[in-house]
Design a protein around this ligand. Structure first.
Ligand SMILES: [Cu+2]
Length: 288
């Protein structure tokens, strides 16, 4: 029910890639999680990366300790700045850490020869320029909530599927559907035939949405066509209110997102774990 993990991981299309680096250089590493279900929790032993952007949007650079996890869920992106502090000939693994304590080597940073002029210690990186995005007006925003239910371990009691109210058991058995948004199990969308929107917004409307994960699994929720600020998590203000288009909801987690619905059209809103998307966690919002 967490989706299919498979038994190997590829980096840039290959298993266990060597990433060649030069001692003393500063590298920008763009990480895109294109896995169907796996949430990565990355560490860079021997290095202290700076997180500089989330989902392509600058954040005030924040330095990670060697054992701090960079959590990146399916669909999410992260830009890191890495100072290559190793010596010529050294190798360091890039590691994915499972919550169960399993460490999986994804790739190696392999150090080549030192440049003739050694780099001096580098200062903290400056924040990158912000992308121009419309600022949601929290005072006048439409407030909505989105409750996520379903899955094994307590999941779905009843939900509506194509207008019919069914028990969780019948939804799973008859339709292979196991997840719901606000009590509705959305059938897989087809081009030109995608049913009714979950929400309809006026173009230019500010929206604050509280998303609650009432399941026993984590879900990265992704909105198309828009970028939102994450303004709080579990009732606590989120530092720097980062701009994102994918927000990971931990088990029993809650997040408030805010955005301006400024892009006309029908936009998918779904869990980015593909198995979840396919079995109920996918609807769309309409901006008209
Ligand atoms: Cu999910």
């Amino acid at each position: 029910h967490g989706g299919r993990f498979g038994n190997t991981v590829t980096v840039n299309g290959r298993i266990s890639e060597d990433l060649a680096v030069t001692p003393g250089e500063r590298v920008r590493l763009r990480i895109v999680n294109v896995a169907n279900a796996r949430i990565f929790r990355l560490t860079f032993p021997g290095h202290r990366p700076w997180l500089a952007a989330i989902d392509g949007h600058a954040v005030p650079p924040r330095q990670f300790g060697e054992e701090d996890w960079l959590v990146i869920a399916p669909g999410a992106r992260a830009d890191l700045i890495l100072d290559m502090a190793g010596s010529p000939g050294e190798r360091f693994a890039v590691v994915d850490n499972s919550p169960e304590g399993i460490r999986y080597r994804l790739a190696d940073l392999t150090y080549g020869a030192a440049p003739s002029a050694p780099a001096s210690a580098r200062p903290a990186p400056a924040a990158w320029a912000a992308n121009p995005l419309p600022e949601p007006d929290l005072g006048t925003a439409t407030r909505l909530s989105l409750d996520m239910e379903g899955g094994a371990m307590g999941g779905l009691q009843t939900a509506t599927f194509k207008g019919e109210t069914l028990s969780g058991r019948d939804l799973a058995r008859k339709h292979g559907m196991v997840w719901s948004f606000n009590g509705v199990v959305y059938p897989p969308m087809k081009y030109g035939d995608h049913g009714d929107p979950m929400f309809t917004f006026k173009r230019g409307e500010s929206v604050v949405m509280t998303i609650r994960n009432k399941t026993a699994f984590a879900h990265p929720i992704h909105l198309h066509g828009h970028t939102f600020r994450v303004i709080s998590r579990d009732g606590k203000p989120e530092p720097d209110r980062p701009w994102q288009d994918t927000v990971l909801l931990p088990i029993d987690g809650e997040a408030e997102i805010a955005f301006v619905a400024d892009n006309p059209g029908d936009w998918m809103f779904h869990c980015h774990i593909l198995e979840h998307q396919k079995s109920g966690m996918m609807g769309f919002v309409r901006v008209a």
